[in-house]
Design a protein around this ligand. Structure first.
Ligand code: IPE
Ligand code: IPE
Ligand code: MG
Ligand code: MG
Ligand code: MG
Length: 296
């Protein structure tokens, strides 16, 4: 029986991540004030911090420390935050609320919102390499993987597939491809980065890849469900946005219960891969369950 206390674990880890994000933002102290303000406004708005927390947990699951993975975890959070700012723009999802506050373009105007996103994307690669001395090879590998996960065959490519799937009926297979790219890749690279920096063996890395890919897909299926079932106060972003924009979602294809069931099945396969990692992977197991059960 598991005695893992997810709530206190998340609280402790979020504290660690918030401090590290604020520290990394200080590296932009010489930037124009408006830009700094816009970057901090979105980055320090209190997201769930699942991606950095996954990186820390993955490092620990293979015998590394949280400290080994914190910079990489923050780098993913920089990229993720940039993707949210751009995702909310009028040219994209045209949303008004994010992380419990008005979206960046509502607060700062479109030009500064776009540029705050651009700056976060570039600064991510400073952050990931900040403490590279003595582990240059791992940091180079993680930078490479982060660039791939964020770019044309990863998140950005996924956003394009998302746009091109809008307003038409897609198959489950197409939607899986879309969700893996736009959301899954950044979650997967969080896990892989933590594992690589924590010193994973080839077998451990393969298992964590299976887990991370499952979690990444399940996460976006649940995001589709929450768009229909959650309210603005809990979610911190506009619900009903997908329907309004004619987005293709798992709820359209499988219904709310069917989508939830599919997410649980996908996650189950990922959790199976963790079995040989034993007790050290307990946090990753709990984060897998959290991905399914979260209400925001
Ligand atoms: C929202 O991600 C965007 C998606 C990829 C579905 P999160 O639900 O992790 O958002 P935050 O970081 O907690 O705000
Ligand atoms: C967003 O997907 C994926 C990103 C790359 C940001 P959504 O458009 O569903 O994310 P939310 O629901 O606005 O957070
Ligand atoms: Mg979108
Ligand atoms: Mg959106
Ligand atoms: Mg969504």
């Amino acid at each position: 029986m598991s005695t893992f206390n997810l709530e206190s674990y998340l609280e402790e880890r979020r504290g660690m991540v918030e401090r590290a994000l604020a520290h990394h933002l200080e590296g932009c102290a010489a930037a124009p004030g408006t830009l700094r303000e816009a970057m901090a406004y979105s980055l320090l708005a209190g997201g769930k911090r699942l991606r950095p927390i996954l990186a820390l947990a993955a490092s620990e699951a293979v015998g590394g420390t949280a400290e080994d993975a914190i910079d990489a975890g923050c780098a993913v959070e920089f990229i993720h935050t940039y993707s949210l700012i751009h995702d909310d723009l009028p040219a994209m999802d045209d949303d008004d609320f994010r992380r419990g506050r008005p979206t960046s373009h509502k607060k700062f105007g479109e030009a500064i919102a776009i540029l705050a996103g651009d700056a976060l994307a570039a600064e991510a690669f400073r952050v990931v390499a900040e403490r590279r001395k003595g582990r240059e090879a791992q940091v180079a590998e993680v930078s490479f993987e982060l660039a791939r996960a964020a770019g044309a065959v990863g998140m950005v490519g996924g956003q394009v597939i998302d746009i091109e799937a809008t307003g038409r009926t897609v198959t489950v297979e197409e939607l899986i491809r879309l969700h893996r790219a736009k959301t899954g890749e950044l979650l997967l690279v969080s896990v892989r980065a933590g594992a690589i920096l924590g010193g994973a063996t080839a077998d451990q890395l393969e298992r964590l890849t299976t887990y991370g890919a499952a979690l990444g897909l399940a996460f976006q299926i649940v995001d589709d469900v929450l768009d229909v079932t959650a309210d603005l106060a809990t979610l911190g972003k506009d619900p009903g946005s997908d329907r309004e924009a004619g987005k293709s979602t798992f709820v359209d294809l499988l219904g709310i219960d069917g989508a939830r069931r599919r997410a649980a099945e996908v996650m189950e396969e990922g959790l199976l891969a963790l079995a040989p990692l034993g007790a050290r992977a307990e946090a990753l197991r709990a984060l897998g369950r959290y991905t399914l059960e979260r209400d925001r």
